[in-house]
Design a protein around this ligand. Structure first.
Ligand code: TTP
Ligand code: MG
Length: 210
């Protein structure tokens, strides 16, 4: 199992699309569409409108959909997924809590769920591919992409997410890192990114043997 990690709009989906054309790899796309529509409700949009009220609602659902992805029963030798249950907790829940937007009781309940899941269910990850960007690049790509819910995201939000990622995967000082990390610089344009994926392909595919 290979997890593709990186800030919002860092290019994770494009990376997955590239590898979906490779033999032996099955790509699991991120369930963003579910976060935008669960039985007619939009927890992603609600969270951006009022994080204190709806943060736990979104993050509980994100955690469930991530768990579902980790446990997917597909037979391809290599599975690749966008993000992981780990970054949902260590980056997004952590960010809501640290910025004072998530009440302590909500954080406690989510943390209990997370700890129960990761203690009692085996969720092996063999490699983390970290698409390393500057927050400025992500901000620019967010503007261009224009996902309705994300119009309210300020630069400072992307900076916080960026810092949490760097502490987790580069400094490795904050939380447990569940697998070896391959860092791919991701500020480049699409052609250069595809070329880098090509160059790193063998290393990424070798993950299954480590
Ligand atoms: P991303 O997981 O960053 O997906 P993306 O498609 O934006 O990234 P890329 O362009 O690299 O493919 O985020 C999707 C949205 O969900 C984004 O607005 C951030 C939000 N989100 C949370 O609020 N909490 C979470 O736990 C996660 C995983 C995402
Ligand atoms: Mg995506």
């Amino acid at each position: 199992m290979i997890c593709i990690e990186g800030n919002i709009a860092s290019g994770k989906t494009t990376c997955l699309e590239y590898f979906s054309k490779t033999n032996n790899i099955e790509v699991l796309t991120e369930p963003v569409s579910k976060w935008r529509n669960v039985r007619g409700h939009n927890p992603l949009g609600l969270m951006y409108q009022d994080p204190t009220r709806w943060g736990i609602t979104l993050q509980t659902y994100v955690q469930l959909t991530m768990l579902d992805r980790h446990l997917s029963q597909i037979s391809a030798p290599i599975r690749m997924m966008e993000r992981s249950i780990f970054s949902a907790k260590y980056i997004f829940v952590e960010n809501l809590y640290r910025s004072g937007k998530m009440p302590e009781v909500d954080f406690a309940v989510l943390s209990e769920w997370f700890e129960w899941i990761t203690t009692n269910i085996s969720l092996p990850v063999d490699l983390i591919v970290y698409l390393q960007t500057t927050p400025e690049t992500c901000y620019e790509r967010l503007r261009q992409r224009c996902r309705e819910e994300e119009k309210v995201i300020p630069m400072e939000y992307l900076e916080s997410i960026h810092q949490l990622y760097e502490d987790w995967l580069i400094e490795q000082t904050s939380f447990k890192v569940p697998a070896p990390v391959l860092v791919i610089p991701a500020d480049h344009d699409i052609e250069q990114m595809l070329q880098q994926y090509e160059e790193n392909k063998e290393r990424i595919l070798a993950a299954q043997r480590t």
